[in-house]
Design a protein around this ligand. Structure first.
Ligand code: HEC
Ligand code: HEC
Length: 214
């Protein structure tokens, strides 16, 4: 066999299973609008009524406006424990594949005002890092992947309006929380050298900048 990559075999076997059970999968795979809405309401108890996030002792990230593909990847990462978070493991591992897809698509069209956070004075330095990177330490411009307006694209998440506190925590803890299954590397590897290469001060600045973006 030409393709010995385990991920290819995995995908191939899923495709085969789907073909084998198409009729059944269609029936059991659908989510009623009522069930979807009930689940969305549950997500909003933590992520905010408009999915704008919540700034507490433990920040609840904004989901509003987020890229569906990124959201789906993260929910799967929590289930597979590639991304470790006990709360979100419990939330995500009970979701059916159809529910997971429905939820991931839902948040894209929400557009509440950003909660912001961080220091407005630092935001100008943050914009420079966002647009130009930090050439001296080989940090590429954030804009090259997250987009000039920080709205993201597919697997590249939106950062605009994300909570300052949450971004700071994520960038500071990258390798302790993401990419936790070394045998199954994922998109988090792209961000790893960047998260590591930023100083605490640079993180504060860039997190402040994007937290105010609409
Ligand atoms: C009990 C509170 C709680 C509930 C309910 C909850 N979440 Fe979360 N969620 C969190 C916390 C806390 C985090 C941050 C995890 C971390 O720090 O890594 C998070 C993170 C996430 C992330 C990662 C966001 C990112 O930008 O990477 C996604 C996606 C997510 N939640 C989706 C959902 C969905 C969909 C639901 C409803 C089915 C939901 N959450 C319900 C607390 C909750
Ligand atoms: C080479 C492309 C690339 C560049 C450049 C890049 N990122 Fe990322 N970033 C990603 C990818 C891909 C992810 C999603 C990782 C995943 O799926 O686990 C990500 C995720 C993130 C997250 C987590 C978002 C969330 O909702 O949890 C933050 C924060 C972040 N990047 C900040 C930055 C900052 C700040 C810069 C610039 C200093 C930057 N990124 C530059 C590719 C990039």
């Amino acid at each position: 066999m030409k393709h010995t990559n385990p991920r290819f075999l995995f995908v191939a076997s899923i495709v085969m299973i789907c073909f084998a059970t198409t009729g059944e999968a269609e029936e059991s795979g659908a989510v009623s609008p009522r069930d979807l809405q009930a689940k969305i309401n549950y997500c909003k108890t933590c992520h905010g009524v408009n999915a704008q996030g919540f700034r507490g002792a433990y920040p609840m990230p904004r989901l509003a406006g987020q890229q569906p593909e990124y959201l789906e990847n993260q929910l799967q990462a929590f289930v597979e424990r590639r991304r470790t978070n006990p709360v979100m493991f419990n939330v995500a591992h009970v979701l059916s594949p159809a529910m997971l897809k429905g939820l991931s698509a839902y948040f894209k069209d929400l557009n509440p005002k950003p909660l912001g956070g961080g220091s407005k004075e630092l935001a100008a330095a943050g914009k420079k890092i966002y647009d130009e990177g930090v050439p001296e330490t080989n940090i590429p411009p954030c804009a090259s992947c997250h987009g000039p307006d920080a709205k993201g694209n597919g697997p590249f998440p939106r950062l605009a309006g994300q909570l300052y506190d949450y971004i700071e925590k994520e960038l500071g803890n990258w390798t302790r929380e993401r990419g936790q299954d070394r045998s199954n590397p994922d998109n988090s590897a792209l961000m790893e050298p960047i998260a590591h290469g930023l100083t605490a001060q640079q993180i504060s600045a860039v997190a402040a900048y994007v937290s105010f973006l609409e």
